[in-house]
Design a protein around this ligand. Structure first.
Ligand SMILES: Nc1ncnc2c1ncn2[C@@H]1O[C@H](COP(=O)(O)OP(=O)(O)OP(=O)(O)O)[C@@H](O)[C@H]1O
Ligand SMILES: [Mg+2]
Length: 264
C-alpha cells in the first residue's frame, strides 16, 4: 500500500498559541479517513495544511510522497478536491460551469471530455440534469452541497478533502449524501479526508477514524477498534453513547450489538 498523505513532525502555532503540537501520521492510499474531535482541536487546520491553504510552523506534509513545499501550490490544489460546509459555488456561474471549472482548465481543448465529466458527476452525486443551467441562488441547500461535491470530484482528484460538507443540510439529505459518498469512495478508490462533528457519521463512513483532541492524535484506527477499544478516556467518552445505542447499520460494525453487550 502506498502512502497518500503524510504529516511529519508538524507543529502549527498562531503567535504563542500552539494549536498542533507534533503531528505524525501516514494515511494510506484509498482510505476514507473521518476526522473528529471537539471544536477548536485543529481539524480544519490539519486539512488546510494538506492543500497548502495553511503553512505549518515546522515539519512537512507529503502528498503522494512529495513534500508539498517543493510543489507549485496552484498545481497541487488542482489535483486535490476540496469541499467545505455551505455553498461555495461561484454565484455568476451556473451548475454546469461550476462543475466544469477545473476540468476546463485541465483539458482546455477537449470540450466533449469536460461535458462527459460534468454529466457523469452530476449523476453520481444524484443531481438531475434539468438543473444544469441554474445558478446557485436557484438551488436548495442540499443541491448546492451536491454541486460543491461534484465540482470537487470533477477534476478526478486522487485526494479529496471535505470539511463538514454536510453541515448545512437536513437529516434526510444528509443520509443520502452519506450514502453517495460511500458509494463514490467504493467506486473511485480515492483517498478521502473527511472532517465531521458527528461521531456517528465518522464511524459510519470512515475506513479509518482520526480522533483529535487539543491538537494531538488520540487514536487513528478502524471504526470497529475506535468503538470497541478506545485508546483514551477522551475516545471512550466520545463513543460511549454509540456503544450503547449501536444503531449503526453499517456492515463494518456488524458485531456492534454484540460488543455493546459484552463491553458494558
Ligand atoms: N488564523 C488564525 N489565527 C489565530 N488562531 C487561529 C486561526 N485559525 C484557527 N485558529 C485557532 O486554531 C485552533 C484550531 O482551529 P481549527 O479551525 O483547526 O479548529 P477545528 O477543529 O476545525 O474547529 P471546529 O470544529 O470549530 O471547526 C482554534 O483554537 C482556533 O481558534
Ligand atoms: Mg473546522
Amino acid at each position: 500500500m502506498s502512502v497518500a498523505v503524510e504529516f511529519r513532525n508538524i507543529k502549527k502555532a498562531y503567535g504563542e498559541n500552539v494549536v498542533i503540537e507534533d503531528l505524525n501520521l501516514k494515511i494510506e492510499q484509498g482510505e476514507f479517513v473521518s476526522i473528529v474531535g471537539s471544536s477548536g482541536c485543529g481539524k480544519t487546520t490539519t486539512l488546510k495544511m494538506v492543500n497548502g491553504l495553511i503553512e505549518p510552523t515546522s515539519g512537512s506534509v507529503f502528498v503522494n510522497n512529495e513534500d508539498i513545499k517543493s510543489k507549485n501550490l496552484i498545481e497541487l490544489r488542482r489535483g486535490i478536491g476540496y469541499a467545505i460546509q455551505g455553498s461555495v459555488l461561484f454565484p455568476h456561474l451556473n451548475v454546469e460551469q461550476n462543475i466544469s471549472y477545473v476540468p476546463n482548465l485541465l483539458n482546455k481543448k477537449d470540450k466533449t471530455k469536460t461535458r462527459d465529466a460534468v454529466a457523469k458527476w452530476m449523476q453520481i452525486v444524484g443531481l438531475d440534469e434539468e438543473i444544469m443551467h441554474r445558478y446557485s441562488n436557484e438551488l436548495s441547500g442540499g443541491q448546492q452541497q451536491r454541486v460543491g461535491i461534484a465540482r470537487a470530484l470533477a477534476a478526478s482528484p486522487s485526494l479529496l478533502l471535505m470539511d463538514e460538507p454536510f453541515g448545512a443540510v437536513d437529516e434526510i439529505t444528509r443520509e443520502q449524501l452519506q450514502k453517495e459518498m460511500k458509494r463514490i469512495h467504493k467506486e473511485t478508490k480515492i483517498t478521502i479526508l473527511f472532517v465531521t462533528h458527528d461521531i456517528n457519521e465518522a464511524l459510519k463512513l470512515g475506513t479509518k477514524v482520526l480522533v483529535m483532541h487539543q491538537g494531538k492524535i488520540e487514536q487513528y484506527d478502524t471504526p470497529k477498534n475506535i468503538l470497541n477499544h478506545p485508546a483514551s478516556d477522551y475516545v471512550n467518552q466520545l463513543v460511549y453513547r454509540q456503544r450503547h445505542m449501536c444503531h449503526l447499520s453499517d456492515d463494518q460494525l456488524g458485531d456492534c450489538e454484540y460488543s455493546a453487550v459484552s463491553k458494558v
